[in-house]
Unconditional design. Structure first.
Length: 200
């Protein structure tokens, strides 16, 4: 589906680009602006299709290993966006001990939304996903090295992340820096766990 629709949209964007070149001297400023708007909307449509493919991924979020899931997300995001994504995971205990399935889903969706925002709003060429999970807490950071003049806006994506953090009983902070944006999720585990050390 992605290949077929992607090719159609790429072809339409190319035709709009050629039309823009051919009629630049004849078209009014408003006409040129309309062409640019169409090109931008086609690019956005292509992005939406890529995101839908990600959402339809057959990965079983109810049973998947969190570390493995984050690695898959980073790899696929790099393939789609051509932006480097590094995963750093340090876990004293398995998330299966400290997290229930729905909590894993919330964490995965927060990471996906954060990476989507990096692609859409940042000029970054690298993102880093850092996960630390201990018996006492989980600490997650998604960072990029982009420089954007846009202010952070409370759109649907950010509100969705805030709702998921609330469901997790976690604290979510989103900070803009001169060298990128940091999404920081911190959750304190509320229950006692086994003393056994396990991999992620």
């Amino acid at each position: 589906m992605h290949d077929n629709l992607g090719q159609i949209i790429a072809g339409l964007r190319a035709r709009v680009y050629l039309l823009n070149i051919q009629t630049q001297s004849e078209m009014s400023a408003s006409g040129l602006e309309t062409l640019k708007s169409v090109s931008d909307e086609l690019e956005e449509a292509h992005r939406v299709i890529r995101n839908l493919i990600t959402e339809l991924d057959p990965m079983d979020l109810q049973t998947v290993n969190l570390n493995e899931a984050l690695n898959q997300i980073c790899m696929k995001w790099m393939q789609v966006t051509y932006i480097e994504c590094e995963l750093e995971a340090s876990c004293e205990v398995s998330p299966a001990i400290t997290l229930v399935a729905q909590e894993v889903v919330h964490i995965i969706r927060i990471v996906q939304e954060s990476l989507h925002n990096i692609y859409k709003h940042s000029n970054a060429n690298k993102a880093t996903v850092s996960l630390v999970n201990t018996r006492d807490y989980l600490d997650l950071k998604i960072e990029d090295n982009g420089v954007s003049s846009k202010e952070l806006k409370s759109g649907y994506g950010l509100r969705s992340m805030q709702v998921r953090a609330k469901e997790l009983g976690a604290r979510l902070r989103i900070q803009k820096h001169s060298t990128g944006v940091t999404v920081h999720l911190h959750k304190t585990h509320q229950r006692a766990h086994s003393n056994e050390l396990l991999d992620c």
